[in-house]
Design a protein around this ligand. Structure first.
Ligand SMILES: C[S@@+](CC[C@H](N)C(=O)[O-])C[C@H]1O[C@@H](n2cnc3c(N)ncnc32)[C@H](O)[C@@H]1O
Length: 244
């Protein structure tokens, strides 16, 4: 199966996959996007009962989108079918340790058709933040901010020489001036690839957003956000496209 992008203007490449699962749907933006792009059936799972309420409200015009409250590590609690494509944007970065990460990926694989694709984005440590500072120097937080419509997003990683599952603090600024803060856990891309491979996935393509090539899905996150985050924060945003 070849995964296509949603049908963009002037784009007449292959059809959007029939069935799509979004893990960690948040507000449901990507689930609605998949339905609009042509997916026949879209399922979404999220741990948060608050998010499902919001997503259901904003998706009431999408009868083929169904949301469930569920932990990404236990998808079989609510899902019995297998999907052509799984979207996992900013959700594997909530795994606090290796066991949890493995459980999330294993659970996703159990819901993926043979030959299906799992695509997504997460924070990943692909380079050390500073090459000209000795490890003996005091740890300096690395920060960035970038504008994204009415929101801005800031990242702080406390550790100058980060290890797997180091904390990555995110701060989203709302248009009313308030902030939403939460913590993700970054891993190296080698670790992420190892987990994918151990769980039986073939990594078709992966890398930083700027390396995303035209044959891979784009549009999962608006291009200006991708380039803003990648350009302002080096290579912490890491995409993957794996085949089951
Ligand atoms: C940053 S949001 C991303 C939302 C959406 N994927 C997007 O890109 O618009 C992360 C979402 O993952 C959910 N989440 C975190 N840990 C989860 C888990 N273990 N299982 C399912 N969802 C989880 C959170 O509740 C939150 O809604």
């Amino acid at each position: 199966m070849v995964l296509s992008e949603p049908k963009l203007e002037g784009d007449d490449r292959c059809e959007w996959p029939e069935t799509v699962l979004e893990i960690g749907f948040g507000e449901g933006i990507l689930s609605r996007w998949a339905a609009e792009a042509g997916a026949r059936h879209v399922a979404g799972v999220d741990l948060s009962a608050n998010m499902i309420e919001l997503a259901q409200q904003t998706s009431k015009d999408f009868p083929n989108v169904h949301f469930h409250v569920c932990d990404a590590a236990n998808l079989d609690a609510v899902l019995s079918e297998k999907f052509d494509v799984i979207i996992a944007v900013h959700v594997f970065c909530y795994a606090t340790d290796m066991m949890q990460l493995q459980a999330m990926v294993r659970s996703a694989v159990s819901c993926l058709k043979v030959g299906g694709r799992i695509v997504g984005v997460r924070e990943c440590i692909t380079t050390r933040p500073s090459i000209d500072q000795s490890i003996d120097l005091p740890i300096t937080a690395k920060q960035c901010c970038c504008a994204c419509g009415p929101l801005y997003v800031g990242y702080t990683i406390d550790d100058l020489y980060p290890e797997d599952f180091c904390t990555c603090k995110l701060s989203y600024g709302n248009s009313d001036g308030s902030n939403m803060n939460f913590i993700n856990y970054a891993v190296s891309e080698a670790t992420m690839k190892k987990v994918f491979s151990e769980e039986g996935l073939h990594v078709v393509q992966s890398g930083t957003m700027l390396e995303w090539d035209a044959s891979a899905p784009t549009g999962v996150i608006p291009d200006d956000m991708i380039s803003g985050v990648v350009n302002d924060y080096g290579s912490l945003m890491w995409f993957f496209d794996c085949e089951g």
